[in-house]
Design a protein around this ligand. Structure first.
Ligand SMILES: C[S@@+](CC[C@H](N)C(=O)[O-])C[C@H]1O[C@@H](n2cnc3c(N)ncnc32)[C@H](O)[C@@H]1O
Length: 245
């Protein structure tokens, strides 16, 4: 999508992110990451406004993170405990933090915000470069349902009220594995557009990206409660490990 770069998500969404982006799984996500990460050094890629990092820090995890968006990080820093979390500006596809970690994670479909396959592969490589031997990388994302599209497109009504309507239009390209979303808010004062291009990745391709980066899978789950990953799962939580020396 023309004009959409690593900083665009934050420019368009930071102000309303916390109010409008609650997947309803935050507690379960925090529980599982706390269990898996233990007392090592933890890195969150695309840390955003700290939805996951702040509760993990409250539980005593040694967590830091980065994001492409200064607007998202500013909101994190303004929250209680936010300024205690070390953050920086970096791109998931090319970050170099000159440090090693024991656990890294990338949740809430954010791998899909990297819209080129080669850059998703590069992200895995950068994660592998930042892990200590035995270190782990967790990725969580949705699995698209083709039946929710007609002719590879859909328009969904997200909210209707007396003076506004919010719609979501999406075009699906199953060859490129892209979903081009446009979230449309129509009110008496005008129309607001919030585009969101994504490239989705099936678990088998994710495993291959990990393999290219020298990581091996240690868990394939269909949700935060460690449900089995099956053909009817609508999301995955997959964990990779960097082999020990
Ligand atoms: C859906 S939010 C997820 C934020 C947070 N991890 C959470 O779970 O609430 C996506 C985040 O990815 C960031 N982002 C998008 N593209 C990025 C990139 N190429 N490199 C780093 N961060 C990026 C956005 O700024 C935003 O903070």
């Amino acid at each position: 999508m023309k004009g959409f770069g690593p900083t665009t998500f934050g420019e368009l969404n930071a102000e309303e992110y916390d109010a409008l982006h609650d997947p309803g799984t935050t507690e379960a996500c925090v529980d599982l990451i706390a269990e898996l990460a233990g007392d090592g050094d933890v890195l969150e890629l695309a840390i955003g406004t700290g939805r996951i990092a702040l509760p993990l820090a409250e539980r005593g995890l040694r967590i830091s993170g980065f994001d492409a968006s200064p607007e998202m990080l500013k909101i994190l820093e303004g929250k209680p405990g936010g300024s205690n979390i070390e953050t920086g500006i970096a791109d998931m596809a090319s970050f170099d933090l000159e440090r090693k970690y024991d656990f890294a994670f990338l949740v809430f479909n954010t791998l899909y915000n990297i819209t080129a396959q080669k850059d998703q592969v590069a992200c895995f490589q950068q994660v592998a470069n930042h892990l200590r031997p035995g270190g782990r990388f967790l990725v969580e994302a949705f699995m698209p349902n083709r039946e929710s599209f007609e002719n590879n497109q859909a328009v969904r009504t997200k909210h209707v009220s007396f003076d506004s309507v919010w719609l979501e239009a999406v075009q699906h390209d199953p060859v490129a594995q892209t979903l081009n979303y446009q979230r449309i808010r129509i009110t008496e004062t005008g129309t607001q557009l919030k585009p969101l291009p994504m490239r989705y990745v099936w678990p088998a391709e994710l495993d291959l990206m990990a393999q290219i980066a020298g990581l091996r899978p240690v868990a394939h789950w269909g949700g935060w409660q460690k449900q089995p990953l099956t053909a009817s799962s609508d999301m995955y939580v997959i964990v990779y490990e960097k082999p020990g020396t």
